[in-house]
Structures are given as C-alpha cells and as structure tokens.
Design a protein around this ligand. Structure first.
Ligand SMILES: [Zn+2]
Length: 256
C-alpha cells in the first residue's frame, strides 16, 4: 500500500458509500470507520520507514550479497565519534555516518576525520528537532540544504543519502526529498541503542536478527554503542559476513 493508492481507494469507497446512501441508508458509523482506517494506515506509513508508504526507502542490500552495512546517526559528537572511528579503524571496517548539520558545523575536524578514514557521510537534517516533521516542506528543504552545505564545506562533497530523523516520513518531507534528489535510506535492524542500558541485551538484539544484506542502525552519540562495537564487529566476521559502506550495498552513488 502506498499513500497515493490509499487516497484513490478511500475516495472511491467514499463515493460508493454516498451512492449507496442514496439508495439505502448507510450508517454514519461506516463513514467514521472509513476515516479511522485512513488515519491508522497513514500513521503506520509515517512511523514505519520500511513500509515505503510515502516514498521508496532503501532498507536492505540491492541484491543478494554476503555483506551488510553499519550506519551511525546523530553525530559527529566529540569523544564518542572519535571512539567509534578508532574501533572501526582497528577492525578495518568502513561504515556510513548520517550527520546532523549543526554538529558538522560545530565539529568540522571530526567530520573531516570521518571522511578521511574512508567512511561515507549522509544527511540527517540540520537540527534533528522533535518537531522536524511538523514543519513545512520549504522549511525542511532549508534544513536539508543547510546540512548539505555544511558537509560540502567540510569535505568538498554533496551527499545524496538522506535518513529522515526518527525514521519518520510524511508528504511534506517527501516533497523536500524529491526536490533535492536524495536517496532515502532506512534500516532493516534497529538497535534501539539510544535507550539501551545493558550491553549484552543490546548486542543480542542486533546479532539475533542479523542476516546478509542488512543495514544496522546505530548512533555514534551513545557511549554504549562504542562499548559493544568491537564485539559486534567480531561477531559479524565470525559468521562470515563483510561490512560495506552503503554506496556498495545499495549500488548507489553516495555523493552528487
Ligand atoms: Zn537521528
């Protein structure tokens, strides 16, 4: 189901109900149920990025592979991002960082370090505010452009990969994404590292579900993420999987 198909279907059902109502009475509760179903499906599409309800989102490898990708959101943040970078270097692994624009502006040296270490950088909005998704399409586009400008100023490249804050999508955001020609990237494994308290639980939550072609969502602003990263990378290697940056896994160019 997509947003467009749902709109067509809802309007069709609504018209049919009015026609029937003319012949025989259609209870008012049927109209209420139609609106409720419409709203529930919209809500489901908004919060589940892999539903592809509003926009096609890349959540897994483009084809059968023995690789996976690791992504880090919300950085760069001093200390934690540094730690993540040194672990990745130790394990000779290339990852993808979805950076917040204002963090890039505040920490250009760290952003450059990510790039120079061979990792990819994507756009993750400028402010990552709680009300990001309630803004107009124009305002969202402004945030995405400001972030791309900050990244371009730092590494000399314009990102094509965009990950929506909180993984939430809606028609306004889609308009901004389409206008800026972004490739929207989701995930297939959400680690919930931002709320995790126990390292063993966090690690198990990822490893139990991990399969070839997956994209893991982590956050380099979390201390616990750096703490489990060596064990996670060792596990990935032990089951014969390789870690690749997103451009290879998705077969898409990372930069314009
Ligand atoms: Zn985020």
């Amino acid at each position: 189901m997509t947003y467009r198909k749902l709109n067509i279907l809802t309007v069709t059902v609504f018209i049919l109900m009015i026609v029937f109502d003319w012949q025989a009475h259609v209870p008012f509760s049927f109209y209420v149920a139609l609106v409720l179903i419409y709203l529930i499906i919209n809500f489901w599409g908004t919060i589940f990025i892999s539903s592809n309800f509003f926009i096609l989102t890349k959540c897994k490898a483009a084809k059968v592979t023995d690789s996976i990708a690791i992504t880090f959101d919300d950085g760069p943040v001093p200390e934690h991002t540094d730690q993540v970078l040194s672990i990745l270097k130790e394990h000779n692994v290339k990852a993808t960082f979805f950076c917040i624009g204002k963090n890039v502006k505040e920490h250009p040296a760290l952003t450059l370090q990510i790039h120079q270490d061979g990792h990819l950088i994507g756009n993750h909005s400028y402010d990552h505010g709680s009300f990001f998704d309630l803004q107009s399409s124009k305002k969202m586009r402004g945030e995405l452009r400001e972030t791309n400008d900050a990244i371009n100023k730092t590494i000399g490249l314009l990102p094509r990969f965009f990950r929506p804050p909180y993984g939430v999508t809606n028609p306004m955001l889609v308009k901004a994404i389409v206008r800026m020609n972004f490739v929207t990237v989701g995930w297939s494994i959400r680690s919930f590292d931002t709320t995790a308290k126990k390292k063993e639980k966090l690690l198990a939550r990822i490893t139990q579900r991990l399969r070839a072609g997956d994209i893991i969502l982590l956050h380099d602003r979390c201390k616990i993420t750096a703490e489990i990263l060596p064990d996670l990378l060792n596990y990935i290697r032990s089951i014969g999987l390789r870690v690749e940056p997103l451009d290879k896994l998705l077969e898409e160019q990372a930069y314009v």
